[in-house]
Write a protein that binds this ligand. Structure first.
Ligand code: MTE
Ligand code: HPA
Ligand code: MOS
Length: 759
């Protein structure tokens, strides 16, 4: 089945927040942000801005009727700054005018008096100053100290990986409408409608039932709208309540890039111990997460780094420490992988380091340490249906890995100015929100008397295809064609208390709730069918709109059955709830069973580096991925390809550059380079591993949203291998931009110089 938005996307008729026809009396909002990364706000002069034609009002923290606080995990983030300024772009005031242009012009007339303070822009510096958010966490298994003492080989070093701009095509935005009796209807480009509703209630000091949040779809979220769609919706709601006018707030790209958080940059120190058979006997790592100026989701992201710090390897003695370090940049947030990619990058660096020193390829070490069935993760969960070795083997066979490697060797013999490298990237990603209570969802289904079906769930469509999958679930449960099913907007009055669409879990959680709701209605309908057809209900099923008895048509179709049910006063609607069974985690012991299941896979990435220019291309990426029994191979393939390319971008060309004053200099598409069609691999081949998925996955179709991003890490190491062929050393600093490659080739830093990565 095709993605249900396919035609409207291609014809440009899909609606986003900015496409909503303007309601009469609408005011447009522009956000005035802090001009400094760290300082104290002494005075705000609004007179000139207020005098600008068309300006209706300017709101500041003093206009907030409830709690001026949007922090979800830790209450450390005001909606509008009071006196302390913590990052450049931090919202201070909201200008409301009768046009977007007027709001922005007036904004430029706001004057401030600020006492500027020294910003902290590096996580290690923040850590040294004790600027830590929440508590430092330690995951540990076995006895790493003794294991290091006994290890044949021990290597230590450090590295870092950069942040990443989400670059959703639709920028952050919301449109708030006061309806009546203090009720607000908010259309928001959010992954978390309930988060918006809850936070509006808190900031406005009104009950949640007075707020309706509605989402049709997002033009991309990638985690950037899990928590950080909220402030813009709250600002629109605040102004709507104060001024009793519809308020539209859609960020321009430059504001969006300057004011919103990104993937967390990390720095790390590692130590790895191996025996003579290349078994990793001990691994120890310390992570310094650049959390930005407020907690946002950082503690949860940090936790997932710890869940994935051994990637898909079994390490009997392992320890990881991690701290969220408070710096003076935008509060960083969820981004596809949610801290997992950073944890996995670190261990791949440690493995590459050991491989350099031991004179083997990283592949030798990777292969010797893959997780096996029954192995324990450092957080206590046992690997069940472990597919690490199966994916590795499938890749080696289907990609004809040995031939590929031989072709790389001969290419490198034949070429002086360009060299090739190949790297393997096995992955393992845990599926479930790591906060156990978030693993729940709801769904509402109506069968109308003409047999057409309407479904609502808590899932938000952001391009990943979850709406398509929900339609498939309902069609399958009722035995009707997908064209008979309509998916409604995600709306807090139809499905309440939802978790954000995140953690790759939306299809599983909402799909299972929907499956239950459909089964309730379908069960009632089949009782009616059995009475009409005067037969055992167990003999009946529906397929392609027809009710079948013993697989033979009965002449009764789904529409007629629906009207018969209506006439017999049978309830044709149902709501159901689903909560993932068996997941738990004790954050004091740092032990538990946090994931419903794991997704595995393995990629081979081949890159060619031009030693004269420092440029590179990805010639080929081969992936063996554990999809389970995919319910929509086209959608899932799109997720695999898109995730891979986004991961490659993070590791290679996407560079967030902050200057010493905490100003983001790569703040536009002219200076922040995302992979385009030319930077994407020339060939991407994805093999569907032919093994059943977990029963915790909807129809055993495994979660797909995030895991493929981590294949992109292989891109860094493919380039690194090519550099080795030049005799050049690449430190463990991502992204490996063309400039960094050129410097590596030119400087030909000798191997073994692993210092310098983290200065
Ligand atoms: N794919 C598209 N096209 N757009 C997106 O914004 N977000 C990713 C992933 N794939 C995203 C995407 C992220 S961060 C997550 S967590 C999952 O989709 C969320 O959707 P799911 O739970 O349905 O997989
Ligand atoms: N993944 C993504 N988003 C989340 C998670 C998670 O594990 N926990 C809270 N928000
Ligand atoms: Mo995805 S980072 O869990 O929104």
């Amino acid at each position: 089945m095709k993605h249900i938005d396919l035609t409207s996307h291609v014809t440009g008729t899909s609606q986003y927040v900015d496409d909503i026809p303007l309601a009469e009396g609408t005011l447009h909002a522009a956000v005035f942000g802090s001009p400094v990364a760290h300082g104290r706000l002494n005075q705000l002069q609004l007179a000139k801005a207020l005098a600008y034609p068309g300006v209706a009002a300017i709101l500041t923290s003093t206009d907030v009727p409830g709690d001026n606080q949007i922090g979800g995990i830790i209450p450390d983030e005001p909606l509008l700054a009071e006196s302390d300024l913590h990052f450049m772009g931090q919202p201070i005031a909201l200008v409301l005018a009768d046009s977007d242009f007027a709001a922005r012009e007036a904004r430029s007339l706001i004057e401030v008096a600020i006492e500027e303070l020294e910003p902290v822009v590096r996580p290690r510096e923040a850590y040294a100053k004790g600027l830590i958010i929440g508590r430092e966490r330690t995951f540990s298994m076995g006895d790493p100290d003794s294991a290091f003492a006994a290890a044949a080989h021990v290597f230590e070093g450090c590295g870092s990986c950069g942040g990443q701009e989400h670059l959703y095509i639709e920028t952050q935005g919301a449109y708030a409408f006061p309806t009546e009796s203090g009720h607000l209807r908010i259309v928001s480009s959010t992954q978390g409608p309930t988060a918006v509703q809850r936070t509006v209630a808190r900031v406005l000091g009104i009950p949640m039932h007075n707020i309706e949040v509605d989402v049709r779809r997002l033009g991309g979220g990638f985690g950037g709208k899990e928590d950080q769609a909220t402030p813009w919706a709250v600002m629109a709601a605040l102004a709507a309540q104060v001024l009793n006018r519809p308020i539209k707030l859609v960020l321009h790209r430059l504001d969006d890039m300057a004011m919103t958080g990104k993937r967390h940059p990390y720095e790390f120190d590692y130590r790895i111990g191996l025996d003579d058979a290349f078994k990793i006997v001990a691994y120890d790592v310390q992570f310094y997460q650049d959390a930005g100026a407020a907690a946002d989701l950082s503690p949860a992201v940090l936790e997932r780094t710890l869940f994935h710090f051994t990637n898909t390897y079994f390490v009997p003695h392992a320890r990881a420490r991690a701290a969220s370090c408070r710096t003076n940049v935008t509060p960083h947030t969820a981004f596809r992988g949610f801290g997992g990619p950073q944890g996995m990058f670190a261990i791949e660096c440690a493995i590459a380091h050991a491989a350099d020193e031991l004179g083997v390829t990283p592949k030798t070490i990777q292969a010797a340490n893959l997780l096996a069935e029954g192995d324990t993760f450092p957080y206590g969960q046992v690997a069940e249906h472990a597919r690490a070795k199966a994916c590795w083997a499938a890749l080696a066979e289907h990609a004809k890995l040995q031939e590929l490697e031989a072709s790389v060797r001969s290419y490198n013999q034949d070429h002086v100015l360009s060299k090739r490298g190949i790297a393997l990237m096995p992955i393992c990603f845990g599926i479930s929100f790591t906060k156990t209570h978030m693993n729940q969802a709801g769904a509402l289904v109506h069968v109308y008397q003409d047999g057409s079906v309407s479904i609502s769930t808590g899932a938000v469509e952001m391009g990943q295809g979850v709406s398509t999958k929900m339609v498939q679930v309902a069609a399958r449960e009722f035995g009707i064609p997908a064209s008979s099913v309509r998916i409604e907007t995600t709306n807090t009055t139809r499905v309440a208390n939802t978790s954000p669409s995140a953690a790759s879990a939306s299809a599983d959680l909402n799909g299972k709730a929907l499956q239950r709701a459909c089964a309730k209605v379908a069960g009632r309908m089949m009782d009616v069918a059995a009475s009409i057809l005067k037969c055992e209900r167990s003999l009946l099923r529906t397929q392609g709109n027809c009710v079948l008895r013993d697989n033979q048509p009965t002449g009764l179709n789904f529409h007629d059955l629906a009207s018969a049910c209506y006439l017999q006063r049978v309830n044709l609607s149902a709501f159901s709830h689903y909560a993932t069974p068996g997941v738990h985690f004790d954050a004091n012991q740092e032990q538990g069973h946090p994931f419903a299941y794991h997704v595995y896979g393995c990629a081979a990435v081949m890159a060619t580096v031009d030693g004269l220019r420092g440029t590179y291309e990805f010639d080929l990426v081969y992936i063996a991925h554990d999809f389970g029994s995919s319910i929509n191979p086209d959608v899932d393939l799109g997720q695999a390809e898109g995730g891979l390319v986004q991961g490659l971008g993070w590791m290679t060309c996407e560079e967030l550059y902050y200057d010493d004053r905490g100003r983001l200099r790569s703040n536009a598409l002219s200076t922040y380079k995302v992979p385009d069609v030319y930077a994407a691999p020339k060939e991407i081949i994805v093999d569907f591993l032919d093994l059943p998925g977990s029963p915790a996955a909807i129809y055993q179709s495994k979660a797909i949203g995030e895991p493929p991003l981590m294949y992109g890490i292989g891109g860094f190491f493919a380039i690194r291998e090519a550099l080795k062929a030049f005799g050049a050393y690449l430190p463990f600093v991502a992204p490996v931009t063309h400039e960094r490659v050129l410097m590596a080739v030119a400087q030909k830093v000798p191997f073994g110089k692993h210092a310098g990565a983290c200065e």
